[in-house]
Write a protein that binds this ligand. Structure first.
Ligand code: SF4
Length: 342
C-alpha cells in the first residue's frame, strides 16, 4: 500500500500498554510498555516472531486476554479518545464486532460448526444494528457476494465444513466487516492458506480499507504480507516495540539489527547463485527469564558491553515519509557506538 496515502486523524492511541501473565514460575511480561497510534484509513503491520507479543497486544485491544492468568497491568487504549480499559464489559461488547472487529488465524475454530453461515454473519448485524431476521439474512447474502462467494444465495445456508479454507476465511472477513467497523484487526489471517488464496484475501482487505477508510492492524510474521498491505510497521521483540517506521522506509533502511535479520531471512528472487538463506542465530528468548539489558543481545552480532547492562532507550529518527520513525537500540543512541564502547 502506498506510503503516500493520506493519513487521517488518530483513531486509536495505545499508551504504555502492559499485559502480564502470572505463571507458576514467574511473571511473564508478554507486552511490556508499548505505545503506538493508528490513523483513520491507515494499515499498520505488527511483525515479529512467535512469542514477540504481537497477538497478545491485539487481544489486549479488545480486552480478550484470558484472566487469570493474564491481566492488563497498566496503560491506556484510547479509541476515539475514550479509554477502553475504563469501560464496563457491556461497553466492550458493543465495541467488539461493532466499531472494532477481529479476524482470527484459523476460521474453523472461530466459526460455529453447527450454525449456518448466513446465521453467523447475521448475528452481529442483529446485535449491533438491530436488524430483523430476514433483513439481516439478506445483508449476509449481500456481504457474501461482496467478498466473492459464488452462488451466494444458495451457499449462505451451508455449514462451515462445506466451505474450503479460503472461503471460510472470506466468511470470517464478511463477519468482521458486517457492521462497517472503524478498525479491523487481522491476526495472521492468511497463514493457513496457500499463496494464491493468500493474495486474494489480502487484496480483499486492502480494497475494503481503501473504500471505507477502515483502519487495519495486520499482525503477522510474514514481511511479504506487510509489504503488500501496510502503510507503517511496528516490529516487536520480547514484548516490546523495537522499531517503527513507514513501510517502504523500513524495507529500504532498517535500523534495528533484529529488523535487518528479519529482512535478510526473506528469500530473494533476484539473488545471484546458490547460497544458504540467512537465519537469525539462536531462538526467541524465554519471556519468563529475559536477559538483562537488551533482550536481543544473545542473538545480536553488533552487541556492545552496554547492551548487556541497560535496555536501550527509544530513539526518535527523522522519517522520510511522514510516518513516525523510532528504534530501540544502543547503536542509535547519542554517544554510543561500537567504536566508543570498544
Ligand atoms: Fe544489538 Fe545492542 Fe542494539 Fe540490542 S541494543 S540490538 S544488543 S546493538
Amino acid at each position: 500500500m502506498s506510503d503516500t496515502k493520506a493519513r487521517g486523524e488518530t483513531i486509536l492511541s495505545v499508551r504504555n500498554l502492559k499485559t502480564y501473565f502470572d505463571t507458576e514460575y514467574s511473571l511473564v511480561k508478554a507486552v511490556d510498555d508499548i505505545s503506538f497510534d493508528l490513523a483513520r484509513g491507515e494499515a499498520l503491520g505488527i511483525v515479529g516472531e512467535s512469542g514477540s507479543g504481537k497477538s497478545v497486544t491485539n487481544l489486549s485491544l479488545l480486552r480478550l486476554v484470558p484472566t487469570p492468568p493474564g491481566k492488563i497491568a497498566g496503560g491506556q487504549i484510547l479509541f476515539r479518545g475514550r479509554d477502553l480499559l475504563q469501560g464496563g464489559e457491556e461497553d466492550m461488547r458493543l465495541v467488539r464486532g461493532g466499531a472494532i472487529s477481529m479476524i482470527f488465524q484459523d476460521p474453523m475454530t472461530s466459526l460455529n460448526p453447527l450454525l449456518r453461515i448466513s446465521f453467523q454473519i447475521a448475528e452481529a448485524l442483529r446485535l449491533h444494528h438491530g436488524l430483523g431476521k430476514q433483513e439481516a439474512k439478506a445483508k449476509a447474502v449481500e456481504l457474501l457476494k461482496a467478498i466473492g462467494i459464488p452462488d451466494a444465495e444458495r451457499r449462505a445456508d451451508d455449514y462451515p465444513h462445506q466451505f474450503s479454507g479460503g472461503m471460510r476465511q472470506r466468511v470470517m472477513i464478511a463477519m468482521a466487516i458486517s457492521c462497517s467497523p472503524e478498525i479491523l484487526i487481522a491476526d495472521e489471517p492468511t497463514t493457513a492458506l496457500d499463496v494464491t488464496i493468500q493474495a486474494q484475501i489480502l487484496e480483499l482487505v486492502k480494497g475494503l480499507s481503501d473504500e471505507n477508510t477502515m483502519s487495519v492492524i495486520m499482525i503477522t510474521h510474514d514481511l511479504g504480507v506487510v509489504a503488500g498491505l501496510c502503510d507503517s510497521v511496528c516490529v516487536m521483540y520480547a514484548g516490546r516495540i523495537v522499531e517503527r517506521a513507514g513501510c517502504d522506509e523500513l524495507f529500504r533502511d532498517p535500523k534495528h539489527p533484529y529488523t535487518r535479520g528479519l529482512l535478510d531471512s526473506i528469500p530473494r528472487i533476484d539473488s545471484a547463485g546458490r547460497h544458504r538463506l540467512y537465519s537469525i542465530p539462536g531462538a526467541p528468548p524465554n519471556l519468563a527469564g529475559l536477559p538483562a539489558g537488551c533482550a536481543f543481545r544473545p542473538r545480536c552480532d553488533r552487541a556492545m558491553p552496554i547492551c548487556e547492562r541497560e535496555y536501550p532507550p527509544e530513539v526518535a529518527l527523522a522519517g522520510e515519509d511522514g510516518a513516525p520513525r523510532s528504534v530501540c537500540c544502543w547503536l542509535h543512541a547519542a554517544g554510543h557506538s561500537a567504536r566508543s564502547e570498544a
